[in-house]
Ligand binder design. Structure first.
Ligand code: CA
Length: 250
């Protein structure tokens, strides 16, 4: 059997200007999820809570197909709830999820899924890499070369999403499967971090903080110090040890 040792830290914070925290998150050692809800009349809070709550009912996911199906099912549940309660109509949420896939024959991998503009980053020897692609209007305009990244950061429509859970019966889920490497540090976060703290500053904090809990605290503190204009949620995951089946043979 392959084995894996992870450590993690999770912080979610209302920020300095919002009256409620519409972000939700979970971490259980096998599954790490961040959701950023939207919609008035507590709708956003309910949507992100349904999405994360659906993952909480699952101890783990065996593969990337199951992870994708869990996101699709969360979408179904949000739609069903909005159908029952007209005051919740129009609610939606982003979701990013990272799950360990422990294979009985090969080394363990991470499965990841994304809908919306929350992000997953990886910090390794090469630096900080954004693994997910934002499903937002400004990200699409940037990818099409119509605006620059600097313009995107200050664009008046930077909160407009092109994909979210709760919007439609069909949801397209971006998904990945990649190897887990010892020493890597992962970050899942809502846009309340990204809009306040530059990637460079995020990388600096992730490199300096020895423990994932400290890294999560410092990122939230930095977002609040920079304005805290939105809810801020971060999950930091460290890969301490990875051993595949070949280790059993020695
Ligand atoms: Ca947000």
């Amino acid at each position: 059997m392959s084995s894996l040792t992870l450590r993690w830290g999770l912080r979610t914070d209302i920020g300095r200007t919002r009256r409620i925290n519409q972000d939700a998150a979970m971490a259980n050692g096998d599954l790490f999820v961040v959701a950023d809800g939207m919609g008035g009349h507590r709708g956003g809070e309910v949507a992100s809570d349904i999405a994360v709550g659906h993952f909480r009912t699952r101890a783990s996911v065996p593969d990337v197909d199951e992870l994708t199906e869990a996101v699709v099912e969360a979408n179904r549940q949000i739609r069903a709830r909005a159908d029952l309660d007209p005051s919740l109509r129009g609610m939606g949420t982003t979701v990013v999820a990272l799950a360990t896939v422990v294979d009985t024959v090969g080394p363990p991998s991470f499965a990841a899924a994304n809908v919306g503009d929350s992000r997953i980053y990886r910090l390794d020897a090469e630096g900080l890499t954004q693994l997910t692609e934002d499903h937002s209007l400004v990200a699409e305009l940037t990818r099409a070369g119509q605006i620059t990244e600097v313009e995107a950061a200050h664009h008046p429509k930077r909160n407009v999403l092109t994909r979210a859970l709760g919007v439609d019966d069909h949801v397209a889920v971006d998904r990945w499967l990649f190897p887990i490497e010892a020493g890597d540090r992962y970050l899942l976060c809502s846009d309340g971090l990204i809009n306040e703290v530059s990637d460079l500053a995020i990388e600096h904090i992730l490199r300096q903080a020895p423990e994932p809990v400290q890294a999560a605290e410092r990122l939230v503190d930095m977002a609040n110090a920079s304005g805290g204009r939105d809810n801020i949620t971060v999950v930091v995951v460290d890969v301490d040890e990875v051993s595949g089946c070949e280790a059993e043979e020695t």
